[in-house]
Design a protein around this ligand. Structure first.
Ligand code: SDX
Length: 436
């Protein structure tokens, strides 16, 4: 980061001495005020719950311009990546900073393919769960359990360990997600097939059975791959920040990624795709498009606690570019499957139209985000609603690892340890029981 030709001066109305702080600028995006010495100089902390105005790190991986609705992975616009490369190329880009050339691409694809199997013992972890366990509970457990099998790659400060752990996690997430699904439906696990693409292999592990040959549908394969690309990374979102904070203690990469899986599960974050599909199905059950007006009134009534799931974003104050691409993918898949008249897709488009014309949403700059259409296309592919966030976790694993490795590789990194504004009881003495 570069020192800007600007400084920040903090002055106090009570006559305390003012403090000067350096300002740094990135290559694009907002400058930052370096407050690292603030506590030492003033005895005060900054206060920013939810981190609305806080940069937690410097990063060169993903850039979001919320006002323009722009998303770049290592400088490449998401629109170009979603149409010109595949997910494993995107993984190479996020991890290493560049798209692979022909030979790098062949080697990387082969390396990942050769790590897609999990240890045979992993299947016994699943047996501890009820068959109707939520797949995200299963995945959180399985990803954390991986660290028990790879003692040769748990030293996060060893670059070779970080490299092989990254490949293992990217390669094994599809296998684990498919195992969580198969366990839930009571079908046998399918082993990876090395002559299939990353996405084709995932589809076969999900929907194939040992009883017959599984034919990968190229339209669905391409759609799945695009869904993975769109979810691969997204700057310092809640789960990525969780992975960074967890990894900053020096724990192994598998444990840090398991923490990211757990955080992503929340409905305000990656769980929104499942919540959005459930919301659409509820409206459809109550009468569909004719009930949209009534539903929107509920959303605008603060006391209802009802939100339009899949809408709004901390950073995007314009259309989430991923939502546009997801809507296109939705169209393609529904057409390919002869589901053009899918009622939920029609309902979602009606909801979007009404919201984008409604003052409540316009004023608050609430637009569809990545989760608004992703559930509809996943449902059309045959993925159960409770697995949508598992698909998100599968795709985001590469972003989490890239961000974790970037942090560990930053000589300035320290264990993350925020402070607080204490509003509890001041010091007091314990009274004997008969005086309490
Ligand atoms: C993801 O951070 C990332 O990058 C995340 C993500 C990624 O790729 O990692 O992009 C993935 O998590 C996308 C977001 C998925 N979540 C949802 O779709 C859940 C519904 N959305 C909201 O919960 C909300 O929009 C958040 C959590 C996404 C953002 O919340 P903020 O930034 O804290 O904004 P806010 O809650 O303060 O909202 C500002 C105003 C409030 O109204 P007022 O108090 O100003 O009157 O907008 C309202 C909110 O009530 N609002 C909504 C709304 N989202 C915000 N009102 C109705 N429906 C919504 N969806």
């Amino acid at each position: 980061m570069k020192l800007a030709d600007n400084k920040a001066t903090l002055s106090f109305s009570n006559g305390s001495p003012s403090v000067e702080m350096p300002v740094y600028q990135g290559n694009i995006g907002p400058d930052v005020i370096d407050i690292r010495k603030l506590y030492a100089q003033t005895g005060m902390f900054t206060y920013d719950p939810g981190f609305l105005s806080t940069a937690s790190c410097q990063s060169g991986i993903t850039y979001i311009d919320g006002d323009k609705g722009e998303l770049l992975y290592r400088g490449y616009p998401i629109e170009q990546l979603a149409t010109n490369v595949d997910y494993l190329d995107t993984c190479h880009l996020l991890l290493k900073g560049e798209l692979p050339n022909e030979s790098e691409r062949t080697d990387f694809h082969k390396l990942v393919t050769n790590h897609t199997m999990v240890n045979e013992q992993m299947q016994f972890f699943l047996r501890g769960f009820r068959r109707d366990a939520h797949p995200m509970a299963v995945l959180t457990g399985l990803v954390g359990a991986l660290s028990a099998f790879y003692h040769d790659s748990t030293d996060i400060n060893n670059p070779e360990h970080r490299e092989i752990a990254a490949i293992r996690l990217i390669a094994k997430m599809p296998t684990l997600v498919a195992m969580a699904y198969k366990y839930g439906v009571g079908q046998p696990f399918m082993y990876p097939q090395n002559d299939l693409s990353y996405s084709g292999n995932f589809l076969r592990m999900m929907f194939g059975t040992p009883c017959e040959e599984y034919k990968v549908n190229p339209v669905i394969e391409r759609a799945m791959d695009r869904i993975f690309i769109l979810h691969a990374d997204h700057e310092q979102n809640a789960s990525t920040s969780t992975v960074r904070l967890c990894g900053s203690s020096g724990t192994n990469p598998f444990a840090a990624i398991a923490a990211g899986v757990a955080c992503l599960w929340g409905p305000a974050h990656g769980g929104a795709n499942e919540a959005c599909l459930n919301m659409l199905e509820d409206i459809q059950r109550q009468g569909g498009v004719s009930k949209v007006g009534q539903f929107m009134e509920q959303v605008k009534d603060k006391n209802s606690g009802v939100k339009l799931m899949g809408f709004g974003h901390r950073v995007y104050k314009n259309y989430d570019p991923r939502a546009k691409l997801m809507q296109e993918t939705c169209n393609e898949v529904l057409e390919a499957l002869g589901l053009e008249n899918d009622p939920l897709f029609k309902l979602a488009k009606q909801l979007e139209k009404i919201a984008l014309e409604d003052d409540y949403f316009v004023q608050r700059k609430l637009y569809p985000n990545v989760d608004f259409y992703s559930g509809i296309v996943q449902r059309a592919i045959g993925i159960p609603v409770n697995l949508f966030t598992g698909i998100f976790a599968l795709a985001r694993t590469v972003g989490w690892i890239a961000q974790l490795n970037e942090m560990i590789g930053d000589p300035e990194y320290k264990i993350g340890r925020p402070r607080q504004l204490f509003t509890g009881s001041v010091k007091r003495d314990v009274k004997p029981l008969n005086q309490r």
